[in-house]
Ligand binder design. Structure first.
Ligand code: 8YV
Length: 324
C-alpha cells in the first residue's frame, strides 16, 4: 500500500493531469467519465483523503455531511464553486479551493463567440445551411447587428470580465461596467472602462451586456424583467458565467417580444438536461454547451492548478486558491 494521499478524481481529466496525479498521489480515477450519484460520491470518498471534483458534482450540505472525517480538502477543477456548499465544508473543517486565472482567456473567447453568434444570427445561419435547404441570397437576407463601435457592458469586472472587456476593445467597443469594488484608476484607464455605481445605472449603456459574476444567493436571477426593461431596445445579452444569474422567463419573454435582439448563452439554469425548452427553439438565441474553459491548454492548466492546491494542502502549506 502506498502512503501517498488518496485523491478521488470525480471525472476524467487530461492525460497530463492524470499522469501528474499518478506520480504524486494515489488517485482514484474515473476512466469512463461516469457521472456519479450523490451516494456514489460519498461511497467512493470513504477511501479518499481529498476530492477533486468538477461543477458537474453537486456537493451539497447533505453530501458534505456524509463525507468521512478523513476528507481534508475539496480541490475544485473549476473557478466557480457554487456546486459546493462552502459553509458545510467549512463547518466540517474541509478546505475548499478553486482554479482562478487560468481559464480567463478561454472563457473570454467564448464570450466573444456568444456575442458575435448572437449579433450575427449564427444559430439561424448554421441551421439554414445544414438543415433547411439554403436556396437564395439577397441584400435583405440574414441581416444581423454589427457590434463594432458599440457599447459593451460588463456586470462583474473580475478576471474573466476584464479579459472579455479587452477583447471587446478589439472591436472598438466602449466598455462600461459595474463591480462591487471599483477598479483602480490605472486598470480603468487600461481597459478604457467607464464605471457605473449600480446595475441600474449600467444597463441603459449596454448595446451588449455580458455577465461575469459568480452565482451566489445575492446574484440569483440578477437579470430579471425589471432590469431587462432598462437595457436599450435591441440589446444583446451574453452569459458565460452561470445560468442562475438569469431569470429565464424574463429573458425569453424579451427575446420573443423583440425588446432584446438576441442572446448568446454558454450556461443555463438546469444544465445540462433541464434547460428551458425555449432556448433550444428560439432563432435569436445562440447556444453553446458550457464550453467556456474547454481548450486543451486551459483544461490542463486547471488540472495543474487544482494539483498545486492539493500539493500545498498535503505539505501543510496554505493553498493559493483557498475559498474556504
Ligand atoms: C468549467 C466553469 O468547465 O470553471 C468554471 O467555473 O464554469 C467551467 O469553465 C467547469 O466548471 C469545470 O468543472
Amino acid at each position: 500500500m502506498s502512503d501517498k494521499p488518496v485523491i478521488f478524481v470525480t471525472r476524467k481529466l487530461p492525460e497530463a493531469v492524470e499522469a501528474r496525479l499518478s506520480r504524486d498521489y494515489d488517485p482514484i480515477l474515473n476512466p469512463d467519465d461516469k457521472l456519479y450519484s450523490a451516494d456514489e460520491l460519498v461511497e467512493i470518498s470513504e477511501r479518499a483523503d481529498a476530492i477533486l471534483p468538477c461543477h458537474s458534482e453537486q456537493l451539497t450540505a447533505e453530501v458534505i455531511g456524509r463525507l468521512p472525517a478523513r476528507i481534508k480538502a475539496i480541490a475544485n477543477f473549476s473557478v466557480g464553486y457554487d456546486h459546493v456548499d462552502v459553509a458545510a465544508a467549512k463547518q466540517k473543517g474541509i478546505i475548499v479551493t478553486n482554479t482562478p486565472d487560468v481559464l480567463s482567456d478561454a472563457t473570454a473567447e467564448i464570450a466573444m463567440l456568444c456575442m458575435l453568434g448572437a449579433a450575427r444570427r449564427a444559430s439561424e445561419g448554421v441551421r439554414l445551411v445544414r438543415e433547411s435547404g439554403w436556396k437564395d441570397w439577397s441584400p435583405a437576407f440574414m441581416v444581423g447587428r454589427q457590434v463594432t463601435g458599440k457599447r459593451f457592458g460588463v456586470i462583474g469586472m473580475g478576471r474573466v470580465g476584464q479579459v472579455a472587456a479587452r477583447r471587446a476593445r478589439g472591436f472598438d467597443m466602449d466598455v462600461h461596467y459595474t463591480k462591487r469594488a471599483r477598479l483602480d484608476a490605472a486598470s480603468e484607464e487600461a481597459l478604457g472602462a467607464t464605471y457605473h455605481e449600480t446595475i441600474e445605472d449600467l444597463l441603459p449603456q449596454c448595446d451588449v451586456l455580458s455577465l461575469h459574476c459568480p452565482a451566489t444567493p445575492e446574484t440569483k436571477g440578477l437579470l430579471n424583467a425589471e432590469r431587462i426593461a432598462l437595457l436599450p431596445d435591441g440589446a444583446i445579452v451574453v452569459n458565460t458565467a452561470r445560468g442562475a444569474l438569469i431569470d429565464d422567463e424574463a429573458l425569453i419573454a424579451a427575446l420573443k417580444g423583440g425588446k432584446l435582439a438576441a442572446a448568446g448563452l454558454d450556461v443555463y439554469n438546469g444544465e445540462p438536461r433541464d434547460i428551458h425548452p425555449a432556448y433550444r427553439e428560439l432563432d435569436n438565441v445562440f447556444t453553446l454547451p458550457h464550453i467556456g474553459s474547454a481548450t486543451d491548454e486551459t483544461r490542463i492548466a486547471m488540472g495543474y492548478r487544482a494539483l498545486d492546491n492539493l500539493d500545498a494542502i498535503f505539505a501543510g502549506r496554505e493553498p493559493g486558491d483557498r475559498v474556504a
